[in-house]
Write a protein that binds this ligand. Structure first.
Ligand SMILES: NC(=O)c1ccc[n+]([C@@H]2O[C@H](COP(=O)([O-])OP(=O)(O)OC[C@H]3O[C@@H](n4cnc5c(N)ncnc54)[C@H](OP(=O)(O)O)[C@@H]3O)[C@@H](O)[C@H]2O)c1
Length: 312
């Protein structure tokens, strides 16, 4: 099978041939239609996780997948050959990812692809979409409440804006100037350009406080000053482990660092939002297999709009 793979961390990858793998207990083999790139793939290919998880070489990147079940391992009940699925690879060993013709996925980390979205679009949903649902759940917005979304134009942010709107929130999106129109189209009520405005001053000019912040990009140093905007009793969620829950609690603010759990159930929850018309595909830039390295480089620059998807 053809895969996009790297022989060493940090080296450019190339299309290589590997044997088609067989699923073990609890796993399925998926014939991949498309694989989305996430910042996690940048960390894996650069070797940032080399001391934290076992890796298999050559490194095939890719967590997100969509495709068709092609073989089913022992003990798998929920899926059969021919099912259209989406999800994440869901294995503890890194380097046998979805950027290739076939991938082995854990049956517990995939779900049936929702009606109404195509195979290419579906690859964009799993990690970013489930992350957004969890980041929004952590701030538990009530209809009419005001939520600031930092990193609104990225993968997680594109879904978070939509999920917040589906909850009836008033969304203030923080994004670069090139993405202002994009985040408005996703449903943002207001947009703050972080490159030309001070975010705290811009929010304060119109609002006495916000009820919550969903932050996908800030470090702890970047997030702390933004939390002055949150009213007493408000909430903040971070995708980067940047919320200091102990400090925030002193001001009666709930801080949550989201650790996304992409399971069949969380994917089904996302699929229900899609089928109810509440969440649609974000902006997608597609790359053929041989140009997967460009998608990873684009993710690494930190300013991708929506999702980067490798078509197989
Ligand atoms: N904890 C977990 O389990 C988990 C799960 C998934 C993802 N993550 C993490 O979550 C983060 C976001 O992931 P992602 O997939 O959404 O990344 P992404 O698609 O690369 O999005 C990053 C976005 O942030 C925007 N941005 C950059 N600097 C900004 C700033 N100062 N203010 C506002 N927006 C800014 C960029 O667009 P502009 O052009 O507008 O700047 C870009 O659209 C990553 O660090 C990822 O590793 C964590």
């Amino acid at each position: 099978m053809k895969v996009f793979a790297l022989d060493e961390f940090g080296k450019p990858g190339s299309v290589q041939d590997l044997p088609v793998p067989d699923p073990a207990e609890g796993e399925v083999r998926v014939k991949v239609a498309a694989a989305a790139i996430n910042p996690m793939d940048v960390f894996v290919t650069k070797g940032f996780l080399k001391d934290r998880a076992p890796h298999e070489f050559p490194i095939v990147p890719g967590m997100d997948l969509s495709g068709t079940v092609d073989a089913v391992g022992p003990g798998v009940n929920g899926f059969k050959i021919g099912d259209s699925v989406f999800g994440v690879v869901g294995k503890t060993t890194l380097g046998r990812g979805s950027v290739g013709e076939y991938v082995i996925a854990s049956a517990g980390s995939i779900a049936n692809r929702p009606a109404g979205i195509g195979a290419i679009e579906a690859a964009a949903f799993p990690l970013a979409g489930v992350s957004a649902v969890e980041a929004v759940e952590a701030v538990d917005p009530k209809p009419g409440q005001t939520v600031l979304v930092v990193g609104a134009a990225g993968g997680v942010g594109s879904f978070a804006v939509q999920v917040l709107k589906a909850n009836g929130a008033h969304v203030i999106a923080v994004a670069g100037p090139a993405n202002a129109e994009y985040v408005k189209k996703l449903g943002a009520d207001e947009v703050i350009d972080y490159t030309s405005q001070d975010v705290v001053a811009a929010v304060k000019a119109k609002h006495s406080a916000v009820d919550a912040i969903v932050d996908t990009v800030s470090t702890a140093e970047g997030l702390a000053p933004l939390t002055v905007l949150i009213r007493e009793g408000g909430r903040v969620s971070s995708m980067r482990g940047a919320a200091n829950a102990e400090e925030l609690a002193k001001r009666n603010i709930t801080g949550t660092n989201v650790r996304t759990s992409t399971t069949t159930e969380s994917l089904n929850q996302l699929a229900r939002l899609v089928e109810a018309g509440k969440v649609k595909a974000p902006h997608i830039s597609t790359y053929p297999l041989e140009r997967a390295g460009e998608a990873i480089d684009k993710s690494a620059d930190g300013h991708a709009r929506g999702k980067l998807v490798v078509t197989v």
